[in-house]
Design a protein. Structure first.
Length: 103
């Protein structure tokens, strides 16, 4: 779940930056965050630190809350959550074909 949070934050930073319009280079210069780090933050592959988030929000002239996902966003079900559940009729038919040996 935490990875998804950082991806959302990164996407919102990028969205706000492009709406100004502002380049990564300009945001990097004004926030004091390296351009490479900023690029990784925008893709969610690098976790943004709290002080960085405040610096970015300040440069983008937005509230930090605008860059965060809602706290009550449900996480999409993972494949592991479906293990042990009864198959639906389509899945059951596919399983039956495998058992019978007819593809």
């Amino acid at each position: 779940m935490i990875e998804r949070v950082y991806k959302v934050i990164g996407a919102r930073i990028k969205e706000q930056r492009k709406a100004l319009p502002m380049t990564q280079e300009a945001l990097s210069d004004q926030s004091g965050i390296g351009r490479s780090s900023l690029a990784h933050i925008e893709t969610g592959s690098q976790r943004v630190m709290l002080h960085q988030l405040y610096a970015i929000a300040s440069v983008l002239e937005c509230d930090v809350a605008n860059l965060l996902p809602p706290a009550n966003t449900p996480e999409p079900p993972s494949r592991l959550n479906t293990i042990g559940q009864r198959p639906n009729s389509s899945q059951f038919a596919d399983i039956q074909k495998l058992v019978d040996g007819s593809n």
